[in-house]
Design a binder for this molecule. Structure first.
Ligand code: ATP
Ligand code: MG
Length: 353
């Protein structure tokens, strides 16, 4: 197949890890006889420096035309003045909104060779393999905000349509996986959560009767994620609960440098694939960043935007093989044993072929 892939390297370690993923996608194209065409565009801090805005019109236009978008990371100390009118992160929010990306998928899989890097007991971690689907465009982060001298409020609101579409994304994903959805809410106290639960139950009953659906309260979910993480397949939740639970879940895998993400909209619409970590200014430019999260993100791109499941699985298997062989960057390695970003990428390339 032919695919147009827009690459947004961004700031900090973004360009280093994006280059690694592009190299892997290039190798996939060669091995499986596809043609992938890559074009790079500016977003975030570098776009502010070059164009005066974090999401230049040319970048957005290229993204609209693309089959898929691979992103590194945005932000850094250079642009972090709290009084600045334009900030790198605005580029990310703006592009998600412009492309209608309402479902953020964060797979969490543990790897036998990397269990020691997690603060959680290894015996709880073996075989953990779930995906959190976080609603990305609604809820309390986007509701009306007020502030007076002695009160403040943030409105949390959801429409049926906003809930339905993200719930459907979760059920479709469960269909490709182990057939179980856990919907997380706070229906004992929040009205938005009662609506969420009603909608999830109805969509499950009417459209996905073959998928097992369970409801969990967010507070007990926070406990279960650490106590029995193997039980979960697809977890779907609203924006703020998802924000908190995905950070918690990331601790299971041991390093931020292992965790990919996808931001998706309607089936067939363009998606953005990026590591969950930020621009890591403390290690930028040193060539030591872990590229695996971005390479796993490239695998998600192959799977979800291009429909290339065998290719996605081959990339994931190559990274797991590199991990099995102890090819660790500094975030995972014992002192003195670390390889560079390029060496880790080469190890994946060697195991692909
Ligand atoms: P953001 O606000 O953009 O999410 P952050 O403040 O959460 O950023 P990160 O940039 O994700 O922070 O970095 C957090 C820590 O994890 C830093 O010490 C960073 O060096 C480390 N880190 C992040 N990504 C990687 C990676 N790919 N490889 C190695 N270390 C990483
Ligand atoms: Mg962060």
């Amino acid at each position: 197949m032919h695919a147009e892939i827009v690459v947004l390297p961004g700031d900090g370690i973004g360009p280093e890890v994006a280059a690694a993923a592009v190299a892997v996608l290039g190798a996939v194209a060669e091995r499986f006889a596809h043609t992938f065409h890559f074009s790079e565009h500016d977003i975030g801090g570098i776009a502010i420096d070059r164009h005066g805005e974090p999401l230049p019109a040319a970048t957005l236009e290229a993204c609209r035309q693309a089959d898929a978008i691979l992103l590194g990371a945005v932000g850094g100390p250079k642009w972090s003045d709290p009084n600045a009118k334009v900030r790198p992160e605005q580029g990310l929010l703006a592009i998600r909104k412009a492309l209608g990306l309402y479902a953020n998928l964060r797979p969490v899989r543990t790897h036998p060779a990397a269990l020691g890097a997690s603060p959680i007991k290894a015996e709880l971690l073996e075989g953990v393999d779930f995906v959190v689907v976080r609603e990305l465009t609604g809820g309390i982060y986007f509701g009306e905000k007020t502030r007076t001298a002695d009160t403040a409020s943030d409105l949390c609101s959801y429409s049926v349509g906003e809930i339905e579409r993200v719930i459907r994304s979760a059920f479709r994903l469960a269909r490709q996986r182990r057939g179980k959805v856990t919907s997380v809410d706070k229906a004992n106290v929040l009205e938005t959560s009662r609506l969420w639960r009603d909608v999830a139950a109805r969509i499950g009953r009417e459209e996905f009767p073959e998928i097992a659906l369970e409801h969990q309260l967010v507070d007990s979910m926070a406990m279960h994620l650490l106590a029995k993480p193997r039980e979960y397949d697809v977890i779907v939740t609203e924006n703020m609960f998802g924000d908190i639970l995905t950070d918690e879940a990331s601790m299971l895998a041991g390093s931020l440098g292992l965790l990919p993400s996808a931001s998706l909209g309607e089936p067939g619409a363009v998606g953005i694939y990026e590591p969950i970590h930020g621009s890591a200014p403390d290690i930028a430019g040193k060539g030591i960043a872990n590229p695996y999260a971005t390479i796993f993100s490239a695998a998600m791109l192959l799977r979800h935007s291009l429909g290339l499941e065998a290719e996605a699985a081959a990339v994931e298997a190559a990274v797991h093989a590199a991990l099995d062989d102890g090819v660790f960057t500094a975030d995972l390695a014992a002192k003195g044993q670390a390889v560079s970003t390029t060496q880790a990428t080469d190890a994946v390339l060697a195991r692909l072929g």
